[in-house]
Design a protein around this ligand. Structure first.
Ligand code: PMP
Length: 352
């Protein structure tokens, strides 16, 4: 730390992204990316758009915003496109966090929430998941404060129902409820259908997982016009050209090619259920996942050793050093071939 760094950030512990090693070719199952490439249309559109890189991107991201609005059945004024969903989430923390009233989110969830809160000087409380790693909605009903819930949750993969989300949103009418749907396309129910009914609901989504574009950094929020206006105020006060030209066109084209991506999601769901069953045959305990990853543990090996031994064998998964979940590893679901490599290496490690 330099002696110039503002004291307000001196204790900040930044988010640790999943490792992206360059030393060898890994079967990469550690950062919940899609194993499938973007559609051909995306590739062609990006090539054409590259000629215009000398010009700023459209600050309103008009084309992609309109396509997202149509795809999700809302008005373009109810959509904000951002640089990954991390950005819309940060905007939401800035807009609706408080230094007086505790914001609520689960103790085991996306690790960036505590970082956003700390960065922005927001008070928060991490609400323990139940003993089976579920969100108990009673912990969030009528709490009269801002709530953030990832649905499906990460890294557990477990989801709550649309009815449960509605009960939380309805019971907190004077506060915003953020539902982070980064993984919703892999089998959970989206809350977008509720945004016209509840002015306090913000749903965030990403192109990083189901739309094969983690490297393009596109996320978006869908909410009432008033909420989108708030978030735009923050966007235009920080980085008006937040989504670059190539990503805007890539994202717009990806919406045109929706069927390709939704078919890929079906394959990932199939591979997830296959991997879960195979791991269970090997004695693993695997949580019921609605995401593109599974969270699993075995009595035969610690979470950390399993992660390290897989890495030695060229398979990368994610391990979290947090007390409650340290016996688990999170395994991103890839192609059937990748999952077979993972399962074979697992058998070698367990010597079965
Ligand atoms: N929410 C959750 C629950 C996530 O796991 C991630 C991915 N790390 C994000 C949001 C952010 O993803 P992105 O910024 O790539 O859209």
């Amino acid at each position: 730390m330099s002696r110039f760094f503002s004291p307000k950030y001196s204790n900040l512990v930044p988010y640790t992204p999943g490792e992206q090693p360059k030393n060898m070719e890994y079967v990469k199952l550690n950062t919940n990316e899609s194993p499938f490439p973007p559609s051909n249309g995306v590739y062609e559109a990006v090539k054409r758009e590259a000629e215009k890189l000398h010009l700023y991107s459209d600050p309103q991201a008009t084309v992609i915003t309109e396509k997202i609005a149509k795809r999700y059945g809302v008005k373009p004024t109810q959509v904000l496109v951002t640089n990954g969903s991390d950005e819309v989430l940060n905007f939401a923390f800035m807009a609706y966090g408080s230094d007086k009233k505790e914001m609520l989110f689960p103790d085991i969830t996306y690790g960036f929430y505590t970082v956003f809160a700390e960065l922005n000087g927001i008070k928060y409380k991490e609400v323990p998941l139940t003993s089976d790693f579920s969100v108990d909605i009673n912990d969030y009903i009528g709490k009269n404060t801002t709530v953030v819930i990832a649905n499906p949750n990460a890294p557990t993969g477990k989801a709550i129902s649309l009815d449960e989300i509605e009960r939380i949103v309805k019971s907190n009418p004077d506060n915003v409820v953020v539902i982070d749907e980064a993984y919703v396309d892999f089998g959970a129910e989206s809350a977008v259908s509720l945004v016209d009914k509840y002015e306090n609901l913000l749903v965030t989504m990403t192109f990083s997982k189901s739309r094969s574009m983690a490297g393009g950094r596109i996320g978006f929020g869908i909410a009432s016009e008033a909420i989108i206006n708030d978030l735009n105020t923050i966007k235009y006060s920080t980085n008006p050209y937040n989504v670059n030209r190539l990503s805007q066109i890539a994202g717009a084209k990806a919406i045109d090619d929706d069927k390709y991506y939704m078919d890929n999601c079906k394959k990932i769901i199939e591979n997830r259920e296959y991997t879960k069953k195979e791991l269970e045959k090997l004695g693993f305990f695997v949580l019921d996942s609605r995401a593109n990853f599974i969270f699993a543990k075995s009595d035969k090996i610690s979470g950390k050793d399993f992660y390290l031994k897989l890495k030695e064998k060229g398979v990368l998964v994610r391990h979290f050093d947090k007390e409650r979940i340290k016996e688990f590893t999170r395994i991103t679901i890839g192609t059937k071939e990748q999952m077979d490599v993972f399962l074979n290496k697992t058998k070698e490690i367990l010597e079965v």
